[in-house]
Ligand binder design. Sequence first.
Ligand code: NAD
Length: 490
Amino acid sequence: MTTRQTLVADVPVDTRHWIGGRRVASARTFTTTSPVTGGPLAEIARGTPEDADAAVAAAQEAFPGWAATPAGERAAVLHAVADAVERRIEELAAVETLDNGALLRSHRLGVMPRVAQNFRFFADRLLVLGHEDLDTRGHTNRVAWDPAGPCALITPWNAPLMLATWKVAPALAAGNTVVLKPAEWSPLTASLLADLTQEAGLPPGVLNVLQGHGPEAGHALVSHPGVRRIGFTGSVPTARRIAAAAAAHLTPLSLELGGKSPLLVFADADPDLAADLAVEQFDNAGQVCLAATRILVEESVAEDFLRRLTDRAARLRQGDPRQETTDIGPLVHPRQLERVDGFVRRALAVGARAVLGGGPHTGLGGTYYRPTLLTGVAQDSEIVQEEVFGPVLTLQTFRDEDEAVRLANDTRFGLAATLATGDRARADRVTARLVAGTVWVNCFFVRDLRAPFGGSRHSGVGREGGDWSFDFYCDLKNTVTAPKGWRAHG
Ligand code: NAD
């Protein structure tokens, strides 16, 4: 069966692969369903190993031309992609919301503008990449940022286009070609991105979009000998499989993985700010890798903090993510609902108490899960140690700074940490002891794109962002040139 254009939120989406500047059908398709309506949205091409081969071949063929394109011209095309994104923010937002269930308001006002910003930022950064010459006894060392080759980019469903372009933009800016494999639960905006890059004048084969399932299309792609970089955002179990596949060809990897990040609330914190930070962790129905899902609060203020948090949570409006007034939409898929509920049920079975929520929102049906806060949880329990990826927070107390740091660091993850404290010196002391790729002090989620982003321990391998993205997507070359008249010593 072949696939063609389908209307999603009145937007035509071509659900075939995008390979070498052409739409390519697959022998088989799969259905993407909407967590908003519960119904099917589109039939998507289900990529095979042969499709992955074709996509990599297209990326290989386009590579020399794109790599040789002057940086200024590459940057101009990426700005044109950003322009195209900006012209179609409403359409992209509407499709993404139907596909993954995240708030339309956030997509329109935050996520899609950030997609455009991803392209603009790396386009501009490319033009000011550091090229400082080094001098060794008169010999000049000149560092060049050579593009690495075709990149396989594999991305998740929780912020599909934002996370895909966070990798696509620097990979293309660096002069690489790309095969993007979006998540099967939210494949639609990747297909629209292909249209936008064509409209912007990106040459055929420079960006390819391979649709399909992870173990099929994704596995074939990351196992391919023609791929020179693998950029992956997703879960730890998948990262292990990808790393094993990459080992065959020693393909360099960047892994942005899960988290179980803490929010540390000290007694000296502004109590309203602390409660606001905590309630923010329900954003995107908790399907945020960076979410501070373990609240650690100083014993002396725990009761007051809990009251403020539950007051705020009670005001959250759950429902259709297309409504302006909605704060929390559905989970992405019935399987995710089952997974989240499984974690909560098992926690309740071993003694946790649901101070808030504790189950699906039966009144709304579908995949809505009530914002949940669990107390009475043990540090070594599953609910404290494992990533739930839903609107589920745990609350524990600590007596002093040492205990706070010990609990905060006591998981296998190290993606982020958030601190609420009124004491700068304490913030500095605690931050220095935390294992985390990002630490927020009295704020959350704000980040300069020039800064490094990634996780420690099982939260990731490597850093992206700013020049760290170029480090990963380039083969750095140092050329040492002798001074005029220099002779080797006999
Ligand atoms: P996932 O690991 O199930 O899937 C991610 C992608 O990998 C999908 O495109 C999937 O098709 C593909 N895939 C699956 N098996 C594969 C294989 N064998 N070979 C190649 N590709 C394969 O993750 P998910 O459920 O889509 O996303 C949720 C996870 O992503 C959470 O753990 C979350 O914390 C993490 N995440 C991390 C970040 C970050 O920046 N650190 C950001 C967002 C999400």
